[in-house]
Design a protein around this ligand. Structure first.
Ligand SMILES: [Mg+2]
Length: 255
């Protein structure tokens, strides 16, 4: 019953997931409340009045596309104390891999999809080894599996799971990515938490930090991997320079 209401709220909540780029890069939205060198340096005062953590993975809990979680004890302790979720922009194969890695910590990994015309919103969570997909048709739980290879999936479905394509033949879906605020609405509806009770912990001003800023949540920036060679080339060439431009413009210290 509760789940069904959630599903309806979710469908209603994300009619428009268009990006407002002036809001994405507004000074107040991309100015972190706290900055730490590494995830393990987050301290209790930074989490005061918080009930819900939303974590990024690549560059925060692990290196890019790595499988070793760097601060497992901290992750475990925090996830026992707070409602904890991961929201990831990663492609389908990494997303499924994260489902396996995070099962140990019992942290659900959230993502969502929208049809090209904006009329269908699909919500998804990987949890307890299950792939839970919420559509307007209801909630489905299917085992996490890899039935086609990565190359074929990417070619045919992009970053959308093939199960979704099979359920909605002919409909083109795209993955909704941070800093799209529809993802923050998803977290709020799942948890019942207000914006101020949620903290986003990420390594990118233009994704996690901006999404938090746009939706009234706390923002903790993790600096560990910024500009390191292990970052994907696309981030180093396009993502970071844009962030640096705004950081200079707004005089965000030492960015
Ligand atoms: Mg990241």
């Amino acid at each position: 019953m509760k789940k069904a209401r959630h599903a309806k709220d979710l469908i209603d909540s994300a009619r428009a997931v268009m990006q407002d780029w002036s809001a994405v890069y507004a000074k107040e939205n991309i100015t972190p409340d706290f900055r730490v060198k590494a995830f393990g340096e987050i301290t209790p005062p930074m989490l005061q009045d918080i009930t819900t953590l939303v974590l990024d993975v690549d560059g925060v809990l692990t290196g890019y596309r790595e499988t070793d979680v760097r601060f497992p004890n901290t992750v475990k302790q925090l996830s026992q104390k707070f409602k904890t979720y991961i929201v990831s922009n990663s492609g389908e194969d990494r997303y499924r891999q994260l489902g396996t890695i995070m099962e140990f910590f019992n942290i659900p990994i959230l993502t969502m999809y929208q049809s090209a015309d904006g009329s269908i919103n699909i919500y998804r969570a990987l949890q307890h080894g299950w792939d839970v997909i919420w559509t307007e048709k209801g909630i489905e739980k299917i085992p996490i599996k890899n039935k086609i290879n990565a190359y074929d999936r990417k070619k045919h479905y992009g970053d959308v799971p093939e199960e979704l394509a099979e359920r909605y033949p002919g409909v083109k879906f795209k993955k909704v990515k941070k800093p799209n605020t529809a993802l923050a609405d998803y977290v709020k509806i799942l948890t019942g938490a207000r914006g101020g009770e949620i903290v986003y912990i990420g390594d990118r001003l233009s994704t996690e930090i901006s999404m938090a800023g746009q939706t009234g949540s706390r923002k903790i920036l993790v600096d560990e991997l910024k500009g390191k060679r292990e970052e994907p080339l696309s981030i180093r060439l396009f993502g970071r320079p844009v962030e640096r431009y705004y950081a200079r413009k707004y005089k965000l210290n030492a960015y």
